[in-house]
Design a protein around this ligand. Structure first.
Ligand code: NDP
Length: 344
């Protein structure tokens, strides 16, 4: 048995290319005392992976050339050298772009990336990478803890049909807010309006987004959950209310940029006494139990919905990540790496 892996071959300049990755077969790793050997079923693809391909200092180290790309995974334990796990258990871990990996089970800290034993009866196991996983927790913490929206306020979220944005809008509706999404295409807007119950949705591919947002948010914007930065943030700032809150979650419009574009004019931040706050989900593992309790219940009750955008086979991961950064996904982007025995 061999272990198929996707390695980082070159550091991309601008948009990544398939040749920046290399697919290799390696021997199966052997678990040591306190380890588990996991067969990957689902691999999460996330925008932060683009940053890990650069050799720059950030909040975590870059992927080294010749090493497998990193990523959250859901898999099945095939060998265990830890009393807490037995073969056949399903587990959330940080296995990266490979068919098998060894995870430290003993004494490991349980955060948004596990390792965490999953109950397939409670929710589909892939949701541990999406609505009940890191993207869901990001939405929950960024909206409820940082923006703290009040019933009746207007919440705007960009990348609204994506993994984080789709949850932000639904959580804002549960709180009793009016919600407007920003997404690229008509199909994505229809999805967030009809399936997710947002009140409005506008495309960012219009000549005057600020004017379109003014019509979509007649009472102004109290919370802007920013997933993209750049021109979209610029347009939102022209519509903010006094004391608006802006959790800065992501800047996907700049992840492939080769030079930094001129920044937005922050005058409305000053005159409206707006709070802008950057946050990283990895600082908020303490909110995981409350997030899981609330969101699992809302999922069971049908108050939260989700979509998965699935590509088949580890070999398709590079193309799929390139597509995600272009906005080709709707919902949580996942790679199906191996057979899921819970979904026959
Ligand atoms: P998504 O599933 O939302 O996919 C990314 C989406 O971004 C695309 O589908 C596309 O949607 C949109 N997009 C891409 N380029 C642009 C652009 N130039 N302008 C406007 N929109 C664009 O990804 P996630 O939900 O996983 O992540 C959303 C954001 O949250 C990312 O920026 C990510 O880095 C960030 N994040 C931050 C975390 C934190 O701890 N702070 C944790 C997790 C995620 P469309 O077609 O509608 O344009």
């Amino acid at each position: 048995m061999t272990n198929r892996r996707v390695l980082l071959r070159n550091r991309p300049v601008g948009e990544p290319k398939p040749s920046d990755f290399e697919i290799v077969d390696a021997p199966l790793p052997e678990p040591q005392e306190g380890d588990i050997l996991v067969r990957t079923i689902w691999l999460s693809l996330d925008p932060y992976m683009r940053g890990r391909m650069n050799d720059v200092k950030s909040y975590t180290a870059p992927v080294e050339l010749g090493q497998p790309m990193v990523g959250g995974t859901v898999g099945e334990v095939v060998k265990s050298r830890d009393a807490a796990f037995t073969p056949g258990d399903f587990v959330l871990s940080y296995g990266g772009w490979q068919a098998y990996h060894v995870a430290k089970a003993a004494g490991a800290r349980v955060g948004p990336f596990g390792p965490l034993k999953l109950d397939p009866q409670a929710a589909p196991i892939s949701t541990a990478l999406g609505i009940l996983g890191m993207p869901g927790l990001t939405a929950y913490v960024g909206l409820y803890d940082i923006a703290q929206p009040k019933p009746g306020e207007t919440v705007v979220v960009s990348a609204a049909a994506g993994a984080v944005g789709s949850v932000v809008g639904q959580l804002a509706k549960i709180r009793g807010c009016r919600v407007a999404g920003i997404a690229s295409t008509k199909d994505k807007c229809e999805y967030v309006l009809k399936e997710l119950g947002f009140d409005a949705c506008v495309s960012h591919r219009v000549p005057d987004l600020a004017a379109v947002l003014r019509d979509a948010c007649p009472k102004g914007i109290d919370v802007y959950f920013d997933n993209v930065g750049g021109d979209v943030l610029k347009a939102v700032l022209r519509n903010v209310n006094p004391f608006a809150r802006i959790p800065l979650c992501g800047i996907i419009s700049q992840y492939n940029a080769t030079e930094m574009p001129p920044g937005p004019n922050l005058a409305p931040v000053l005159v409206n006494r707006v709070t802008i706050r950057g946050f990283l989900v990895s600082d908020h593992a303490d909110r995981l139990p409350q997030f899981l309790a609330d969101c699992s219940r809302w999922l069971r009750e049908g108050k939260l919905k989700y979509r998965e955008d699935i590509v088949q086979g580890l070999e398709k991961a590079p193309e799929a990540l390139i597509g995600l950064l272009r906005g080709q996904n709707t919902g949580k982007m996942l790679v199906k790496v191996g057979e899921d025995p819970t979904r026959r």
